[in-house]
Design a protein around this ligand. Structure first.
Ligand SMILES: [Zn+2]
Ligand SMILES: [Zn+2]
Length: 123
């Protein structure tokens, strides 16, 4: 599912444009990774809906509009419930990098990073 090849390890974060710190684990995505700082900002942003700046200086903003760009990690614009209803899918985007990630992918990426950090600290 991921294309975590050699280039992707050094690719800039999709949301802040910064390169990884030595040994830093970032969650891979189809167009590039998201760093832990942007992940944390994203998890707060999809809750409080307030625009903010990434540590790289790019503008991060909230969207749940089904007309706007789909999440680049899962390709969805909205949630579909068991009964077929459409529900808004909360997303963070940045106009600079043209990157979008949804609340579900933020949760999943956060879990990936937590697991990686736990594995490393158990050595
Ligand atoms: Zn970042
Ligand atoms: Zn997603």
């Amino acid at each position: 599912m991921t294309n975590d090849h050699v280039d992707a390890r050094l690719a800039p974060c999709r949301f802040c444009g910064r390169r990884p710190l030595p040994g830093q684990y970032r969650a891979p995505g189809p167009h590039g990774p998201i760093c832990p700082d942007c992940l944390e900002a994203g998890l707060l942003l999809v809750r409080d809906r307030q625009p903010r700046r990434s540590l790289g200086g790019s503008a991060l903003r909230f969207s749940s509009d089904p007309q706007e760009k789909a999440c680049e990690f899962c390709g969805r614009r909205e949630r579909r419930t068991f009964f077929g209803f459409h529900r808004p899918l909360r997303r963070m985007n940045t106009t600079e990098g043209d990157a979008v990630i949804c609340a579900d992918c933020l949760d999943r990426s956060g879990e990936l990073i937590n697991q990686a950090v736990r594995r490393r600290s158990s050595h």
